[in-house]
Design a protein around this ligand. Structure first.
Ligand code: NAD
Length: 380
């Protein structure tokens, strides 16, 4: 039994062109000129809920190319707590009302939006208009229309836009992409992907409120399963058919509880995804003409774990996925390295999510997708 190590993987890292082509030459020169003078980018987190508190802020203590420079919060009590804990100057602390003044603050280079989904578009657009690079949490927004508005605002302002898709920066997912690209297990024919957890908490939480979340399990966890099928096949899907299941309607009043969907890909590969707020599941299985590989878990904060039909165990040393992700984005801004999770990737996923909801609304009818090529492997 052979262990695949980081050393095996390092030599095979995917390199590609950045998304600089999206920016005008002038705006690119402007943005790059300022940023390249800096060694580390200052990040401001917008929304100090659990993901910022327990994942992003701690990760930002270990990042090499960016650091926690500021915060934006709607809760005044959090200002002092965060200022004391992370030594953040008062001048770098904003609330939702005075946020736009961040434009004048040179200590902040990147705004990272970590708010409920329906607030992503507003704050990403305000950040872009303030001339700041933007990282947007998943799902990108609550509609394709909003994704377009974010992308257009960033293009117009000449700032970079990245998604908080941490898996594109961690080694297990890179290994999956490499297996697919190099056809290690032949031509991919089938992917099964599951991303789900059982929700039993406060029924009034924003994730179960459609106005704030845009949808239930599919919006929250389903994007991971959709992504698994894309990097598991190396293709964007050409159709989806979907079904919704409900067993606790009193708890899931206006958001989806469980969704299953089947996706077809241009090569003829097919995929099945399950996503739910009613059961726990976290895996991906990929079957090719010469064997299979799987990750389980496939999409939590790690360490992930994998194995293949060759008897190999896929194993890498654990590092914070959020640290790797934010450093990758900073390297994109500072050094022109590839944008591993560009805004267009977030928009593509929202197009698939909308097609899945459309299929359900039409009783499971197959919905054809016409997606632009690319963004299957992230940035290339
Ligand atoms: P959370 O509920 O813990 O925090 C939400 C924050 O938004 C809180 O600080 C809250 O005060 C603020 N907020 C502002 N207006 C609000 C309103 N009207 N209702 C509720 N909260 C409001 O949520 P979270 O888990 O930190 O998630 C935030 C975002 O990050 C979501 O988009 C989520 O999908 C994403 N997320 C991503 C990952 C990942 O692995 N990439 C993990 C967790 C969350």
């Amino acid at each position: 039994m052979k262990n695949l190590t980081r050393r095996d993987f390092n030599g095979l890292m995917i390199k590609g062109a950045g998304s600089a082509a999206l920016m005008s030459v002038t705006s690119l020169a402007c943005a790059m000129g300022t940023d390249q003078d800096k060694k580390k980018l200052g990040i401001a987190l917008v929304g100090l809920g659990s993901y910022s508190t327990y994942q992003l802020a701690p990760a930002l203590q270990d990042t090499q190319h960016c650091y926690l420079a500021g915060v934006v919060t709607g809760t005044p009590q959090k200002e002092k707590v965060w200022a004391d804990k992370y030594n953040i100057p008062k001048a770098n602390i904003y609330n939702y009302q005075n946020f736009d003044e961040i434009a004048k603050n040179d200590a902040i280079d990147v705004v990272y939006v970590v708010l409920p989904n329906s607030m992503h578009a507003e704050f990403c657009i305000r950040a872009a208009k303030a001339g700041k690079h933007v990282i947007c949490e998943k799902p990108m927004a609550i509609s394709v229309k909003e994704c377009d508005a974010i992308i257009n605002a960033c293009k117009a302002a000449g700032v970079k836009l990245g998604m908080g898709y941490r898996l594109h920066s961690e080694p297990y997912t890179q290994q999956v992409k490499q297996f697919v690209k190099e056809k290690t297990f032949g031509d991919i024919k089938f992917v099964s992907a599951e991303a789900a957890y059982r929700s039993t908490g406060n029924p009034d939480q924003w994730r179960l409120n459609k106005k704030l979340s845009g949808g239930g399990a599919l919006m929250n966890m389903g994007v991971y399963a959709v992504q698994s099928t894309i990097y598991g096949t190396g293709e964007n899907p050409i159709s989806v058919s979907a079904q919704e299941f409900s067993t606790r309607p009193e708890y899931f009043k206006n958001t989806d509880e469980t969704i299953m969907a089947q996706l077809e890909f241009p090569s003829g590969a097919v995929a099945n995804i399950s996503t739910s707020h009613n059961f726990n599941a976290n895996s991906m299985y990929v079957s090719g003409t010469n064997g299979w590989f799987q990750l389980q878990p496939a999409n939590n904060y790690g360490p992930l774990s994998g194995k293949t039909s060759n008897g190999d165990i896929i194993e890498f040393p654990h590092e914070s996925q959020q640290k790797l992700q934010m450093d990758d984005f900073a390297k994109h801004v500072l050094m022109g390295e590839p944008n591993k999770a560009p805004g267009e990737m977030g928009k593509r996923d929202m197009m698939i999510v909308e097609a899945i909801y459309t299929s359900i609304a039409k009783g499971g009818q197959k919905i054809n997708l016409d997606l632009a090529p690319g963004f299957g492997f992230g940035g290339d």
